[in-house]
Design a protein around this ligand. Structure first.
Ligand code: PGA
Length: 253
């Protein structure tokens, strides 16, 4: 059975002390609640707080992920962080291809494919984001856009490699806007993505792939979204910055 995943993407928020407080509050809540045994909580803080976050969990309550990685192995790439570095910190996951990186840092599907390769080479599981902008949805091109992102970013992998991929469908018009995709829109796209994976790698691989929804997911709408057969959890931005909200979403399964 594929995993349910609730991943918090803190983006570029919090100072050291604030991050410490948030993780400690999340730990308190996790110790007091009982999550569905199939639910994996992941926290993706900014790079400077990865070690502190890992120290809190010891892997027993949540896994830790980075928000980005270099597409290069090592060397003269000032400011970059390599997959080998993340591996040496024993991290589990890394977000790749978030729409903010595509839009503001000009990440293409080719760059994203190289980042995915780096992560897999270094035993990290990529959480690969895809999703259309508003104009693409309004002109009914969302399926073509997502198909291209998935095909160009991921379909060079072998079936064995693909088994380590987590996908996050995040319609860009829903990110940080308070506007959520309807459960029907989410299910429709998630089923479409699973169909693409089945066509390429077979039903068994498709059935084992966790596909998360992202975009203004909150305690008030998580249950409805997660109730869909192809929605396996969420990539949570704004609501992951509040321990109460984040854990309430993790409890929605
Ligand atoms: P949001 O962000 O929950 O604040 O909309 C989601 C994301 O960008 O991963």
């Amino acid at each position: 059975m594929r995993k349910h995943i609730v991943a918090g993407n803190w983006k570029m928020n919090k100072t050291f002390d604030e991050a410490d407080e948030l993780i400690s509050n999340i730990m308190d809540k996790l110790e007091k609640t009982t999550l569905d045994r199939n639910t994996q909580v992941i926290i993706c803080p900014p790079f400077p707080f990865l070690e502190m976050t890992s120290d809190y969990s010891d892997d027993s309550y949540f896994a830790v992920g980075a928000q980005n990685v270099s597409d290069q192995e090592s060397g003269a790439y000032t400011g970059e962080v390599s997959a080998a570095m993340l591996e040496s910190m024993e991290l589990d996951y890394c977000i790749v291809g978030h729409s903010e990186r595509r839009a503001y840092y000009h990440e293409t599907d080719e760059i994203i494919a190289r980042k995915v390769d780096q992560l897999l080479k270094h035993n990290l599981r990529p959480i690969v984001c895809c999703g259309e902008v508003l104009e693409e949805r309004e002109s009914n091109r969302q399926f073509d856009v997502v198909k291209k992102q998935i095909t160009d970013g991921l379909f060079h992998l072998t079936a064995e490699q693909f088994a380590d991929i987590v996908i996050a469908y995040e319609p860009v018009w829903a990110i940080g806007t308070g506007k959520t995709a309807t459960p029907e829109q989410a299910q429709e796209m998630h089923a479409f993505i699973r169909g693409l994976i089945a066509d390429k790698y077979g039903k068994e691989v498709a059935d084992e792939t966790s596909i998360l929804y992202g975009g203004s997911c909150k305690p008030g709408n998580a249950k409805e979204l997660f109730a869909n057969p192809d929605v396996d959890g969420g990539l949570i931005g704004g609501a992951s910055l509040k321990a109460d909200d984040f854990i309430a979403i993790a409890e929605a399964f």
